[in-house]
Ligand binder design. Structure first.
Ligand SMILES: [Fe+2]
Length: 381
């Protein structure tokens, strides 16, 4: 591991005491034997009441419609998956319902089915294939998928030459950003808040074989947030594919879609602004994962992120531990929006009471969580 990965700083890091920093990593999570190791994220699933409106946003965001019925909308990126985003028509509710992960062989699919007792069924939509439908500890769908037909890969943007002070790679040529949606290649990751962090992390490690890349810990060293990558052996995998955060209620936080480069992030922002959609946060660069990011709100308020230039790690890279705070979310860029900063609300108080009553989380953990999230993410906040 390089020192540049372990050692990082940001304005506000000094608010943690030396003791808190030392305790991070003293309580590493148990690593169960995985049933299978998922090799890719296959798709993300939402319920939406207005498919036509959702389609307008998603096309402006840079996804492409591959199939549209009264019941569902399937969209792809420029990569090889037949689709990566599904909006199911729902008469009442809007929001995330789950995700799918692919495995490399039919034997692995059968193994999941045999061990969980869940049947193998067909995958909906273009590309077909087979799946075992599971539910995580908070009830979100996790499909294990095999045998989808891949789509033809579309051309990737090629004008990536960058001039630096001492190396001019682009001569007699300019940067001309297209007035078009950001060229989204693929679904990369999503983030969930969960009611029992350890139970959920154990579940994802056991059922799809994730490896925690970076874990953030409460003041006594208890892990409360994990950036988890897929175990693809010597083939480097994204820093995180599914992120889990202890909270008082189970919620979708955002999903993220990889685009070509930093210019493609800016291009996407201009296009979405032109079309009148709601910007949420960015442009900036994350610390854990290093992605350049830009966050948008879809028509029902769900967050979607464009990202580029993220870190990748092979399966041997050891889990790193850091103290939990909001400041470590970004290295530079736009200030964290007010909506993402901690604020007391009656709704949260009720959720906290409910969480305590359920016995999934204790008062001490909630207190430390509140303290960590309450640290000013930047000195000027
Ligand atoms: Fe993200």
């Amino acid at each position: 591991m390089s020192d540049t990965y372990r050692n990082f700083t940001y304005p506000g890091l000094e608010l943690h005491t030396a003791e808190v920093r030392e305790l991070a990593g003293t309580k590493p999570p148990h690593r169960p034997e995985p049933i299978v190791k998922a090799n890719d994220i296959a798709y993300i699933l939402f319920n939406k009441t207005d498919l036509a409106l959702q389609k307008r946003f998603l096309v402006d965001f840079g996804l492409q419609v591959v199939e549209e019925t009264i019941e569902a909308l399937y969209l792809r990126g420029t990569g090889p998956l037949p689709y990566c985003y599904v909006a199911h028509k729902h008469t009442e509710t809007n929001g995330f319902i789950g995700a799918g992960y692919s495995v490399a062989s039919e034997e692995e699919l059968k193994k999941v089915s045999a061990i969980t007792g869940r049947p193998i069924g067909p995958v909906d939509g273009p590309g077909r294939g087979h799946r075992v439908r599971l539910h995580d500890p908070d009830g979100f769908i996790v499909d294990i998928v095999w045998g989808r037909e891949l789509a033809a890969v579309q051309p990737l943007k090629t004008d990536l030459a960058v001039n630096t002070p001492r190396h001019k790679a682009r001569v007699n040529a300019g940067i001309r950003t297209a007035t078009a949606p950001s060229p989204v290649e693929r679904l990369g990751h999503y983030v969930l808040s969960v009611t029992s962090f350890d139970e959920s992390l154990q579940w994802y490690m056991r059922h799809i074989g994730v490896i925690p890349t970076d874990v953030q810990c409460l003041a006594d060293g208890t892990p409360a947030l994990a950036f988890n990558r897929l175990d693809t052996g010597t083939i480097p995998a994204d820093h995180h594919t599914v992120v889990l955060l202890q909270n008082v209620a189970a919620n979708y936080m955002h999903s993220a879609y990889e685009t070509a480069d930093m210019d493609s992030i800016g291009q996407g922002q201009q296009h979405l602004k032109l079309k009148g959609w709601n910007h949420f946060w960015g442009i900036g660069r994350h610390i854990l994962g290093s992605q350049v990011f830009d966050y948008w709100l879809d028509p029902t308020g769900d967050e979607l992120e464009h990202y580029a230039d993220g870190d990748v790690f092979d399966a041997d890279f050891e889990t790193r531990y850091f103290p939990l705070d909001m400041g470590s979310l970004w290295a530079w860029g736009d200030d964290l929006p007010k909506a993402m900063r901690p604020a007391f609300s009656v709704k949260q108080a009720w959720a906290a009471i409910k969480a305590l009553k359920s016995g999934k989380v204790d008062r001490k953990t909630l207190g430390m969580l509140k303290q960590a999230m309450g640290l000013p993410a930047r000195p000027w906040f």
